[in-house]
Design a protein around this ligand. Structure first.
Ligand SMILES: [Zn+2]
Length: 98
């Protein structure tokens, strides 16, 4: 599974990728093209940074869900099927003959 997100440099507009796990508040890295240092923050005034942060957050969540599905598959399946048929467990066999 893809674990990196696209980031657009705020200066040279070059697009590069970095791992979603790294892209959290306070993280900073250099653009591989112009070497400006980009600071990542979810409240960044820069829309490109914000967008990358949102994408990273979503990807991290998806990866967590994938992991939990692989370790405990039964939970994910049973959640999916909850709906429609509410249990029709009525008491049958309560008749007493004798
Ligand atoms: Zn750049």
């Amino acid at each position: 599974m893809e674990d990196s997100v696209q980031i657009r440099c705020t200066r040279c507009k070059n697009v590069f990728r970095d791992r979603a796990k790294r892209l959290q508040n306070g993280y900073s890295r250099q653009c591989p093209s112009c070497e400006v240092v980009l600071f990542f923050d979810e409240d960044s005034p820069n829309p490109h940074i914000k967008k990358a942060m949102r994408a990273a957050r979503r990807l991290r969540k998806e990866m967590r869900e994938m992991e939990s599905m692989q370790s405990g598959r039964a939970t994910a399946v049973s959640r999916r099927f909850s709906g429609r048929s509410a249990s029709s467990a009525q008491d049958e066999g309560a008749d007493d003959e004798g």
